[in-house]
Design a protein around this ligand. Structure first.
Ligand code: ATP
Length: 304
């Protein structure tokens, strides 16, 4: 009986581990649409990211050979800087993030981190150096603590609490019935979009990578939630080389540089103020967004 019990118990453990891994992998695939064909070079070396300088050097890419998505893409993000990529839907913004994570290889040109071509380094070291705050964060049907520590489960409790504080989650957690032990999910606590984003930021702070990809949410948050997320993002980008894929322009106004992408090319670049003054595509996107915010506000007013 004991002999039977141990394997069953062990199998239960294995099943839970595998299920957890599959959930994570499945979601990762959906998030970044990985390509299993990318493998380490036989002589791949570990990435030495240091400050995390990031360079796209004449990059061209298409998912299919007959359809080029990115063309002659050149930009550098200096260590610690934040560069935002904006542009119309389908311009290729998320594709840039997928290439940096090396879910696909470029067709032409190179992507360099601190001077190393990412095709020459091990994928494990590359992915360790890059943190992602995705559009839609996956939460597990577990405690808030588990959800923050996920990705670094061996982290000391103090580090988990510190990450939560820096991600501006403390007030939210203080209001929960069981604090950090409150269960999230189906029968547990419902978590708003803004809170989910801050949990993702806390996870990333705990991982502490030198490079950060922010894939910012499309859906507008209410202004209180937006302020809380913006404060958490400010903490997240400090001393980190950040590539912000922006769908909501309000969150990238303070970026060191903004690249405006259209049909796979950079058509404008500059700061928020410079780009507004230039009166080009960025200006048009900004106006469009202001109109839709005004419309949402007046619809909200009618509903109240
Ligand atoms: P959005 O703001 O709507 O998220 P985006 O600028 O991030 O858009 P991408 O997701 O990078 O755009 O997509 C760029 C183009 O590549 C689109 O035309 C899209 O249909 C195409 N595309 C994206 N993923 C794939 C894929 N896995 N296979 C083939 N084509 C793809």
């Amino acid at each position: 009986m004991i002999q039977l019990f141990i394997p069953l118990n062990f199998l239960g453990f294995v099943y839970r581990e595998i299920r957890q891994a599959l959930v994570s992998i499945e979601r990762m695939f959906r998030l970044l649409e990985t390509n299993e064909a990318v493998v380490d070079a036989p002589d791949a070396v570990p990435l030495q990211p240091d400050g995390g300088e990031l360079r796209f050097d004449s990059v061209a890419f298409g998912y299919q050979p007959e359809r080029t998505i990115l063309r002659d893409l050149n930009f550098t993000v200096h260590p610690g800087q934040t560069v935002a990529i904006v542009g119309p839907s389908g311009a290729g913004k998320s594709t840039i993030a997928r290439l940096l994570f090396r879910f696909y290889d470029v067709n032409e040109g190179r992507i360099l981190i601190n001077g190393q071509d990412i095709r020459d380094v091990t994928q494990e070291s590359l992915r360790r150096a890059i943190g992602v705050v995705p559009q839609d964060t996956v939460l597990f049907n577990e405690s808030i603590y588990y959800n923050i520590a996920y990705g670094r489960p061996d982290a000391p409790r103090e580090a988990v609490l510190d990450a939560a504080r820096r991600a501006n989650l403390q007030g939210f957690i203080d209001r929960l019935p069981d604090g950090y032990d409150t269960r999230v999910g189906e029968r547990g606590l419902k978590v708003s979009g803004g809170e989910k984003q801050r949990i993702a930021i806390a996870r990333m702070l705990l991982k502490d990578p030198p490079i950060l990809i922010l894939d910012e949410a499309t859906s507008a948050l209410d202004s209180h939630s937006e302020q809380a997320v913006l404060a958490a993002l400010a903490a997240a980008t400090v001393r980190r080389t950040t590539l912000a894929i922006a769908h909501r322009l309000s969150t990238i106004m303070n970026a060191d540089a903004i690249l405006v992408l259209d049909q796979g090319r950079v058509v404008e670049q500059g700061t928020h103020v410079q780009l507004l003054a230039a009166g080009g595509l960025y200006h048009a996107l900004w106006q469009q967004q202001q109109h839709s915010l005004d419309r949402d506000a007046s619809e909200q007013g009618r509903a109240d």
